[in-house]
Design a protein around this ligand. Structure first.
Ligand code: FAD
Length: 388
C-alpha cells in the first residue's frame, strides 16, 4: 500500500522547466503587456514551442503524451508569476483543444489538434451567452441543418469567450440548440466554427478588472454557415459534453488558482524580508509572519486538493466532487492570499508595478469563471445526495 503526493521525476522536471520559463521569460515582460491590455504573442509563441499547449494530448496528434496532472503543474507554475498567460494556456487546452480530443471524429482531430498542440492556433469554447452563464441549459443560440447545402446555419451570440479574437485564434466551438425533445426540452449540440467564417463577428476586447493580457470577447453569429461535418460529437449531446469539459476544466482552474495563491506567498516572503519599518524587517513581526504562514497553509492545501482531483481523473475514477471542491477551495483562498499579500506590501501593494497588485486584480475571476463558487457548492451538495 502506498500514498505519495510527491511528483514523479518527469513531472518534477516539467515543473522546474516551467518555473524557470515563468521566472526568466514571463516575469520581466508581462507587466508591460498587462498595463497596455495587450495579448503577449511572443510569450504564447514560446509556450507553444515548449509544447505546453500539447501537454495532455497523444503524440500522434502532435501532443506531449502527458495528462491533466502535467497540465496542472504547468498552469500552477505559470500562475505563480502571471495569470493572463496561465488562462491563455488553460482555455487553449481545456476549452479549445480538449473537446476535439474527447469528442471529435478522427478527421476533426487530424485537422485541428496538431496546430492546437503546437500553439500555432488557439481554440476557444463558446458556451456562455448574454442571458445565461451558470444556467447553460438556457442557451438561445440556434443551429439548423440546411438539407440542401448540408450545412449548419448558426444564429445567436456568446459572451466572455477567452482566446476567441486573437490573431492566432483558429476556431471556436459553440453550443447551440439544434432541436427539441418530444417533451419540448432544447437539444443542445456543439459545433466547430472556424475563425473568419462569414457572419461570425468578434467584438473588440472587453475592458476587464484583471487578466488584462488575455483575450476575452463577445461573439455574434448571423446566418453563419459551416459544413454538417463540423458537428462535434453526437447531435443533442452538447450539454453532456460540456459538463464533462467543465468538470475537467475545474481541475485546471484549481491548479491555476493554487499558483496565484503560491505566488502571493513568494512575493510576500521576499517583501517581508526587504521592507523595514521601526528599524527592522516587517517580517520580524509575528503579525506578518502569521499572515504569511496562513497563506502558505492555504496554498499547500489547495495544491493537495487539485492534485487529488487530477489523480482521480487520470486513473479513470469519478472526480466530479473532488474537482468542484478543489475549484471552490483554491479560488476562495486565492482571493484571500491576494488580499493578504497586498496588505503585507502596504501602499506598494496598491501600485500596479508590484506583482501582488496584478494578483489581486486577477484573483476575483477565479470565483466566477468555469462555474461560480455557488455552482461548485450546488455540485458538491448534489454529489452528497442533497437534491433541491
Ligand atoms: C474573463 C472571463 C472569461 C470567461 N471565459 C469564458 C469562456 O472561454 N467560455 C465560456 O463559455 N464562458 C466564459 N466565461 C463566462 C463564465 O463562465 C460565466 O461568467 C460564469 O459561468 C457565470 O455566469 P454568468 O456570468 O452568466 O453569471 P450568472 O449565471 O448570471 O450568475 C450571477 C450570480 O448568480 C449566482 N447564481 C446563479 N444561479 C444560482 C443558483 N441556482 N443558486 C445560487 N446562486 C446562483 C451565480 O453564482 C452568480 O453569483 C468567462 C467569464 C469571464 C469573466
Amino acid at each position: 500500500m502506498s500514498l505519495d503526493h510527491r511528483l514523479s521525476p518527469e513531472l518534477e522536471e516539467l515543473r522546474r522547466t516551467v518555473e524557470e520559463f515563468a521566472h526568466d521569460v514571463v516575469a520581466p515582460k508581462i507587466g508591460d503587456f498587462y498595463e497596455r491590455h495587450e495579448f503577449p504573442y511572443e510569450i504564447v509563441r514560446e509556450m507553444g514551442r515548449m509544447g505546453l499547449f500539447g501537454l495532455p494530448f497523444p503524440e500522434e496528434y502532435g501532443g506531449m503524451g502527458g495528462d491533466y496532472l502535467a497540465l496542472g503543474i504547468a498552469l500552477e507554475e505559470l500562475a505563480r508569476v502571471d495569470s493572463s498567460v496561465a488562462i491563455t494556456l488553460e482555455a487553449g487546452v481545456s476549452l479549445g483543444a480538449m473537446p476535439i480530443h474527447l469528442f471529435g471524429t478522427e478527421e476533426q482531430k487530424r485537422e485541428w489538434l496538431p496546430r492546437l498542440c503546437s500553439g500555432e492556433i488557439l481554440g476557444a469554447f463558446g458556451l456562455t451567452e448574454p442571458d445565461g452563464g451558470s444556467d447553460a441549459g438556457a442557451t438561445r443560440t440556434t443551429a439548423r441543418l440546411d438539407p440542401e447545402t448540408d450545412e449548419w446555419v448558426i444564429n445567436g451570440s456568446k459572451c466572455f469567450i477567452t482566446n476567441s479574437g486573437t490573431d492566432i485564434t483558429g476556431l471556436v466551438t459553440v453550443t447551440a440548440v439544434t432541436g427539441r425533445t418530444p417533451d419540448g426540452k432544447p437539444q443542445i449540440s456543439a459545433i466547430i466554427v472556424p475563425s473568419g467564417t462569414p457572419g461570425f463577428t468578434v467584438a473588440a476586447p472587453y475592458s476587464k478588472v484583471g487578466w488584462n493580457a488575455s483575450d476575452t470577447r463577445e461573439l455574434s453569429f448571423s446566418d453563419v454557415r459551416v459544413p454538417a461535418a463540423n458537428l462535434l460529437g453526437e447531435e443533442g449531446r452538447g450539454y453532456a459534453q460540456f459538463l464533462r469539459i467543465l468538470d475537467e476544466g475545474r481541475i485546471a482552474i484549481a491548479a491555476l488558482a493554487t499558483g496565484l495563491a503560491q505566488g502571493c506567498v513568494d512575493e510576500s516572503v521576499k517583501y517581508a524580508k526587504e521592507r523595514h519599518a521601526f528599524g527592522r524587517p516587517i517580517g520580524a513581526n509575528q503579525a506578518i509572519q502569521f499572515k504569511i504562514a496562513d497563506m502558505e497553509m492555504k496554498a499547500h492545501t489547495a495544491r493537495l486538493a487539485w492534485r487529488d482531483a487530477a489523480s482521480r481523473l487520470v486513473s479513470g475514477e469519478p472526480f466530479k466532487k473532488e474537482a468542484a471542491l478543489a475549484k471552490l477551495y483554491s479560488s476562495t483562498i486565492a482571493v484571500d492570499n491576494a488580499r493578504d499579500a497586498t496588505q503585507v506590501h502596504g501602499g506598494y501593494g496598491f501600485m500596479n508595478e508590484y506583482p501582488v497588485a496584478r494578483m489581486w486584480r486577477d484573483s476575483k475571476i477565479l470565483e466566477i469563471g468555469e462555474g461560480t463558487s455557488e455552482v461548485q457548492r450546488m455540485l458538491i451538495a448534489r454529489e452528497l445526495g442533497l437534491v433541491g
